[in-house]
Write a protein of this length. Structure first.
Length: 317
């Protein structure tokens, strides 16, 4: 499986697991694959996904618990390593998942986010508007889901996207404001999915305002129920919003994922300079250790400037 296809597979699995808990599913790189960590209450489940010569492989670890059963059931047989249902839903040579949709005219926008599973750093949401000619050029450049690309490659591609997209926008919620916003949502008994939905709505709305003739939008589906489509379609009559799992197979969504990741990395670099040492990405033990070091050197009050406080890592400090 190509790196782009594997990244799409990992993302699909992660999004299904995320529906089981309000705590962000953590993701980190391991040899030959990615590891996902799911937490719910006292239970923790680890799932390693490997992309080897013999194909995909899943390895579960952690104590047998109701949460592990829920995770296995959520993935089902269709997401096991032997499944053939994980390839991108694009025709050969295709650049958009909207091809064949009623009335599709070759102009559309897509959105994606970065940072939702990272303890340190911001939440970034980006949207990009493309036509088919630009999308084909993006495919030739090797644009795909940002998880399959290095930070250096992302930086180069992000600049190309900014120069060539019909329109683009990036919204960045730095930790201090992220924590304030999350606390407000929690007080209303809402969660991270509501924060993500709000980001996608605002990012797509800004792009559509720049290109009012754009009548189609695609969002990588991260939860079954949200107000993205209804809000945008009400605010922009004539707009049709689609939400689809593995949306990053679409070139507009992939381009948005690159802009969002580029913005995330830029803020992480700023925060690392502010902290005086490199801050790790992800939400695992390295992030917890870095936060402990930060607290020792600068005090616990500075955490809100660096991390997403609702992550389980905070309780381990």
């Amino acid at each position: 499986m190509t790196p782009c296809d594997f990244a799409q597979y990992v993302r699909q699995v992660r999004e299904k697991l995320q529906q089981l808990t309000e705590e962000p599913v953590e993701e980190k790189e391991i040899n030959y694959g990615r590891q996902l960590k799911v937490r719910k209450g006292p239970d923790t489940v680890n799932l390693a996904l490997y992309n080897g010569k013999k194909g995909l492989k899943q390895v579960w670890s952690g104590k047998v618990s109701p949460l592990q059963d829920q995770c296995r059931n959520a993935l089902g047989e269709g997401d096991t390593a032997s499944s053939g249902a994980i390839s991108p839903a694009l025709e050969p040579g295709g650049v958009t998942l909207l091809a064949g949709k009623p009335g599709f005219d070759g102009l559309w926008c897509g959105s994606d986010e970065s940072g939702k599973g990272d303890y340190f750093g911001p939440l970034a949401v980006a949207a990009v508007c493309l036509d088919l000619a630009a999308a084909r050029q993006y495919a030739a450049w090797g644009i795909c889901d940002s998880k399959a690309l290095t930070d250096g490659k992302i930086r180069l591609l992000a600049e190309k996207i900014r120069q060539t997209a019909r329109a683009h926008t990036v919204l960045v919620l730095k930790p201090r404001f992220y924590n304030q916003r999350y606390a407000q949502l929690k007080a209303r008994k809402q969660n991270l999915n509501h924060l993500l939905a709000s980001g996608h709505i605002h990012a797509l709305g800004r792009v559509i305002q720049q290109v009012p003739e754009c009548r189609f939008a695609l969002v990588d589906q991260f939860t079954r129920h949200n107000a993205i489509a209804s809000t945008l379609e009400t605010g922009f009559p004539g707009l049709k919003v689609y939400q689809q799992p593995k949306g990053e197979a679409d070139m507009a969504v992939a381009a948005a994922s690159i802009l969002a990741r580029d913005a995330f990395v830029e803020v992480m670099d700023q925060l690392s300079a502010q902290a005086g040492f490199p801050l790790p990405k992800g939400g695992g033990d390295q992030a917890t250790a870095a936060a402990r070091k930060l607290v020792r050197e600068q005090g616990k009050d500075v955490l809100e400037q660096y991390v997403k406080l609702h992550f389980a890592n905070t309780g381990k400090l």
